[in-house]
Design a protein around this ligand. Sequence first.
Ligand code: SF4
Length: 453
Amino acid sequence: MYRTESSTFQSLTQKLGQFDLSGKKFLIPEMNRIGCHLMAGVFQGFGIDAAVMPTFQSLKQGKEATSGKECFPCQVTLSDLFNYLDAEKQRLGGAFDPERYVYFMPEATGPCRFGMYNKFQRIVLDSIPEYKDVKIGSLTTENSYSLEGMVDPSQTRQFRKKAYLSVIVGDILDRLLWRIRPYECDRGAADGWMEQAMEDMCRFFVETGAEFPLESLKSRIEKIVEDGTSLMDRQMERKPRVGIVGEIYLRSHTHSNQDLVRLLERCGAEVVVASISEWMDFTAYDHVRRSHNACVLEMKTGHFREALAQLKKNIIYRMTLNYQQKMQDELYAGVNRSMDLEKPHRVGDLEAYFSKNDTYTFEVGTEASLSIAGLLAYVKDGYDGVVNVYPFTCMPGTITASVAKPLMSQSDMPCLDVAYDETIQPGREATIETFMYQVKKRQARQSSNQDSA
Ligand code: SF4
């Protein structure tokens, strides 16, 4: 059914890349629900008609277009796109114009398959006559997600700042929900409150556009925190804490991970998932490291002009990273005036864990670096259990599972690896319950150690 056309290679350069979004409908696949909606709000605030596509309605078309060897997120996002376009075609009839749509699929460099999703999806779209003119808009980690060509050049800087702000706010709202929901007095109240909070924050990003009213944002978040804390039963004892790391899409997309956070909460945990900001920091940090190494190499070989170019890059990425972390500090400080929300780990601190125990290195790259170090950070932060989530056959997920297992066992830390595809594993709930039994035992051991100290 899906055939590769002879024009495929041309299409990879002409219909995949960074396109001017004015007059287009920009389609964002849902990953972390709140963050993606806030990002759409940022685009809308800059006059771009962006929408988050409904997700996980049916995987049929994504599965038909793939062989089964692709990563699960590739199938899910492709299905979401087909379902959306089909609905648009039905809604608009003869007025449906594929050229009006730009589908967003970023990429990363490095050894894993994420760099190939958008190329593969391009080939699939090209094989369907009515959708072959839908463009794929891509950003890459190679230039730290530069928006060149997509947004009006005079607004790129403001857009990047605002987009990053939305990432932090998305993380904060997620973390607030995970901090408050396990202690809610009335079942369902936290979900309802968060729904409203998300809508409020979306409005903020749409209405403020290119402006940067940080103080007003902070006070709106503080109001959200105030409303959220009023839902908590403050008498309840702190539950055992479980930290989740893993592949970014699976750990953030609740449909794909079969709502793992909620299941862990039902079994008695308070959960924190590694943040999206951490990944953004990691890409900037990686550029700082790489440009530093390249600069040293160019100096050693006498290529001073090239060394200078690398030095300039290094300074820019350093400033980017510092800016991102400063923004995190500011927003979390406001929240933590009345709450105890954990900030994302500092990437530099995460790398330092490896130099201490010599188990892995950022040099290898991929998300495995972040995940393994993230697990070590959860141990240090006194968590009671850790989970590594990834799509079935995911390369960094599998590396994390193999490297982290002995490390967690040395620390007496209950650790669960969970690989997902679309299937529902019959023993899944029993596995989580068994894991949670170990988690509770560890919490009890930790508190009796503290009492006797
Ligand atoms: S991180 Fe895993 S799921 Fe994502 S592209 Fe790489 S191999 Fe696939």
